[in-house]
Design a protein around this ligand. Structure first.
Ligand SMILES: N[C@@H](CCC(=O)N[C@@H](CS)C(=O)NCC(=O)O)C(=O)O
Length: 214
């Protein structure tokens, strides 16, 4: 398997965690999102992912994009250890937690959105960071409540084994720190993060551990 990835990309980080949790080895193909205006915009990479976003996963001659679709593919193809709970309602809950991050928070604070906010709407760096913090805080405060309210409280977002929700949460917290969010407001989330990073699959997927880390 070949993963098109960027060390600081949180969507790539999600897939790296899932691959590690499943014990799958892969070749990392770094795509630098800033160098030379962004390697994601090269014709060769747009032939891989027409959206010009990382990650993309090549497996068995097929190219898959969108981190959630990739992780669900890995889950179906390599079911152990499972990243989703056994019951349909619990799976829906875990997916909804993951989607708070992947659908509502991350898309409005990723590089291309912040670049547009800054350049087209003439915002300062601090205004751009405020924008990012606004959306991250909105999502994390809801997620903190969802975790506390769910029926299977444990060490992770759902229960005592890591799921898709934790895979999406941990990379988002890196972004939250980068934009200056006050994570002390989310004690449950912070304690879950501590439990996750003790697992080598999470630790080894971290940006600073990647071959393209700067
Ligand atoms: N929904 C996509 C999001 C992918 C995404 O936004 N990737 C970012 C890095 S985390 C990217 O490639 N950004 C490049 C850009 O904004 O130009 C997924 O989950 O894979």
């Amino acid at each position: 398997m070949k993963l098109y990835t960027f060390f600081r990309s949180s969507a790539s980080y999600r897939v790296r965690i899932a691959l590690n949790l499943k014990g799958l080895s892969y070749e990392a193909a770094p795509i630098h999102l800033r160098r030379g205006g962004g390697e994601q915009f090269s014709a060769s990479y747009k032939a891989i992912n027409p959206q010009a976003l990382v990650p993309a996963l090549e497996d068995g001659g097929r190219i898959l994009t969108q981190s959630l679709a990739i992780i669900e593919y890995l889950e179906e193809k390599y079911p152990n250890p499972p990243l989703l709970p056994a019951s349909a309602a619990d799976r829906a809950l875990v997916r909804s937690m993951a989607m708070v991050i992947t659908c509502e928070v991350h898309p409005i604070q990723n590089l291309r959105v912040l670049t547009l906010v800054k350049q087209e709407y003439h915002q300062t760096d601090e205004q751009v960071n405020q924008w990012a913090r606004h959306w991250i805080d909105l999502g994390l405060s809801a997620l903190e409540k969802m975790i506390l309210a769910q029926p299977n409280r444990g060490k992770f977002c759902f229960g005592n084994t890591p799921t898709l929700a934790d895979i999406c949460l941990v990379p988002q917290l890196g972004n939250a720190r980068r934009y200056g969010c006050d994570l002390a407001q989310y004690p449950t989330i912070v304690s879950i993060e501590k439990n996750c990073v003790m697992i080598s699959a999470f630790a080894n997927a971290a940006p600073e551990k990647q071959p393209d880390a700067e």
